[in-house]
Design a protein around this ligand. Structure first.
Ligand SMILES: [Zn+2]
Length: 75
């Protein structure tokens, strides 16, 4: 019900695209969600309902925080 995805997220679906890719980049959310195949670049629009049923995982780019600091003190 609470589909927590937003543009920029990469989602992994249960069923692969015919090209063999499982990963899709979210480039639009709304009534339908725009997905860009990360393997072949094909773009599709899928209803949120269908995404919820097919979603396996969401990969969100980690926000730049302490992990991005190269000089973090590690004693
Ligand atoms: Zn594809």
């Amino acid at each position: 019900m609470a589909l927590d995805i937003k543009p920029g997220d990469v989602v992994r679906l249960k069923k692969p695209h015919p090209c063999g890719g499982y990963l899709w980049k979210v480039n639009r959310v709304g009534g339908d969600v725009g997905l860009l195949c990360q393997t072949c670049g094909h773009h599709i629009m899928v209803s949120r309902f269908r995404i919820e049923r097919r979603l396996r995982a969401v990969t969100r780019p980690a926000p730049a925080s302490s992990a991005a600091s190269p000089e973090s003190p590690a004693s």
